[in-house]
Write a protein that binds this ligand. Structure first.
Ligand code: B12
Ligand code: SF4
Length: 515
């Protein structure tokens, strides 16, 4: 007879402090379906590194849970940008003409990789500790890292572990119910170490995800209040039907967009704001405005927030194509704090990356947002600089478009993020770069080899050098009075492009060293 689980300890594995939205949704769903199950959330992101193992052991001894459910968010975090040290390290190592800079960068790289590998080992160590202290407890591991690297993780887990891929609600419910009637998508390593792979036909119906009961959550997760002044993740939908070449969100969440009830989403946010003083919301949808249909849903949800007079500031990954004047007004009225979007100023690069929109239309929508009551919100441009097929001409086009955005919104409000394509497993761009020989056919995406890791941040020659040196020059001149590093980098690129034009050459080797 399968034994139903009576108690679950959720352990959120360490990350840089960020609200653990995934675990909260899973625990809330289980509580609504099986209110008798006793649940506790331990968030190791909030525990000193040196104390984590001891705290976990104490929880295991005190609670003796029937199941320990780990949530693993990040595993391969190399998607650096100007607010992340790793970008500086890679740039200096690859493009600084100064030996001492390269040497220091190499040392920093060793320490970043050491940290990266020890975090991974210690996470598996936590699972082994559970197995040792509580041999009959079922171990479950879920979260985005697991959704991407599930078969690697199942290999390293102790026996009797379920590794849940993608959404956790249904899989967790079937585990809690005794794991006889299986649901969701998972790998199960049984008591003898044999691995079973299961994927149910049905996708989770998001209408079942009603507003989180935060009164319950704050009881089982007392550290919840420590997130008061951070961005709280709220899901309004899951899935993305688009297929941008570098992206795997559509694989993590599925390609069919499914929606929550807009009134339930608004209620969730209203409670966060009014009862818990949590006023910063990040809509953690893979894409907040992907399609015409999803824009309607966004509109309904924003209407609900307006009716409730909910006071928040919010952000999300936003595509502009379908944003109308009416939607823009609602976005601004409900507290849009920044516009975070992928941006390139060249239709050629948009098409190469299959981003699926027209640049001209996107530029028009920027003006619509300006006219709809824009008030100095930041415009954050995640620029896939030096993407495959980028040329001197496409770079110049991007600079021209950014200059247009400075004119529309004011230079100080536009933040070009120097962002490169991070090559991710099973994406079209990965396939292309394997076919072209840039990556070896059997490279390991979780390698600790710094030279392969560096290649996964796609910034190849010859433009890589021009961009790298423009960035380093900008970084070197930074002080509190300086321009934002992304803007300064784009300006340096523009200066280099002008120089090439004056010299009537496309030979990048002829550019002077930056110092
Ligand atoms: C929104 C988002 C952000 C926002 C987050 C805002 C916020 N306050 O929450 C911002 C922009 C800040 C951000 C930053 C970063 N992010 Co991010 N982000 C996402 C995104 C799009 C959604 C994550 C999310 O919250 N989803 C909604 C919640 C409800 O879902 P969930 O957490 O996945 O939980 C579900 C399942 O995973 C599962 N589950 C989770 N835990 C458990 C536990 C158990 C036991 C079970 C059964 C199931 C389960 O069930 C949950 C409900 O169904 C994902 C991509 C994606 N589409 O998933 C990337 C993603 C998570 N990010 C990623 C990365 C790398 C980062 C950064 C490191 C980037 C960088 N270099 O700076 C930083 C790190 C931030 C940090 N402190 O850790 C990676 C992580 C995986 C990896 N490659 O290692 C992802 C997958 C994107 C990618 N390209 O690979 N991110
Ligand atoms: S729209 Fe966003 S989430 Fe969807 S495939 Fe493109 S990059 Fe990924």
């Amino acid at each position: 007879m399968p034994t139903a689980i009576k108690s679950v300890l959720y352990v959120r594995l360490p990350v840089w402090k960020i609200y653990p939205g995934g675990v909260v949704y899973v625990a809330d769903f289980i509580h609504k379906q099986r209110p008798d199950v006793k649940q506790t959330i331990l968030d190791l992101a909030l525990v000193e590194k040196s104390q984590r193992l001891a705290v976990l052991k104490r929880y295991l001894l005190d609670l003796q849970p029937d199941a320990v459910a780990f949530s693993w968010r990040n595993m391969q975090t190399f998607g650096p940008h100007p607010e992340n040290d790793a970008l500086d390290v890679v740039m200096k190592y690859d493009h600084s003409p100064k030996f001492q800079h390269k040497f220091k960068a190499a040392l920093s790289a060793i320490s970043i990789i050491y940290d990266y590998s020890t975090t991974r080992l210690s996470n598996f160590g936590f699972m082994k500790t559970v197995r040792k202290m509580l041999p009959d407890t079922r171990i479950i591991v879920g979260g985005t890292a697991v959704s991407i690297f599930g078969n690697y993780i199942i290999d390293k887990c102790p026996n009797d572990t379920v590794v849940v891929i993608g959404e956790g609600e249904e899989a967790m419910l079937s585990i809690v119910d005794g794991f006889e009637h299986k649901e969701g998508h998972f790998y199960y390593k049984d008591h003898s170490g044999e691995v079973e792979h299961f994927q149910s036909e049905q996708e989770f119906d998001l209408l079942r995800l009603t507003a989180v009961n935060f009164a319950y959550i704050s009881k089982i997760f007392p550290a919840f209040k420590e997130y008061k002044d951070t961005y709280i993740g709220v899901n309004t939908k899951r899935g993305c039907p688009l297929s941008c070449q570098f992206c795997l969100y559509n694989k993590i969440e599925g390609s069919r967009q499914r929606y929550r009830d807009p009134a339930e989403v608004a209620k969730e946010i209203d409670v966060l704001s009014k009862d818990y003083g949590m006023k910063h919301i990040w809509f953690t949808d893979a894409q907040f405005c992907a399609t015409r249909r999803s824009i309607k849903h966004v509109g309904m949800m924003l209407d609900e927030l307006i009716t409730r007079k909910t006071e928040i500031e919010w952000a999300a990954y936003i595509r502009l194509n379908y944003v109308t004047h009416d939607i823009a007004e609602k976005m601004l009225a409900t507290g849009l704090n920044s516009l975070d979007l992928s941006f390139t100023g060249s239709q050629e690069v948009i098409d190469t990356l299959s981003l699926g929109y027209k640049l001209e239309q996107q530029m028009e929508v920027f003006k619509v947002i300006k006219d709809a009551g824009y008030q100095n919100q930041k415009i954050k441009l995640y620029i896939p600089l030096n993407a495959p097929d980028e040329t001197l001409e496409t770079l110049q086009k991007t600079i021209d478009r950014i200059n247009e955005l400075y004119d529309i919104f004011g230079r100080e409000n536009v933040l070009p993020f120097i962002f490169f394509i991070g090559i991710q497993p099973n994406t079209p761009v990965e396939k292309r770069l394997k076919d072209e020989g840039y990556l070896s056919k059997n490279y390991n995406p979780l390698t600790l080899n710094p030279f392969v890791i560096k290649r996964l941040l796609y910034n190849p020659k010859p433009l890589g050098r021009l961009i790298g040196r423009a960035y380093l020059k900008a970084a070197e001149s930074m002080d509190e009075t300086s321009d934002y590093i992304g803007r300064a980098t784009m300006e340096n690129i523009e200066i280099s492009l002008k120089k090439l034009q004056e010299d009537a050459t496309t030979d990048l080797e002829l550019l002077p060293e930056y110092d």
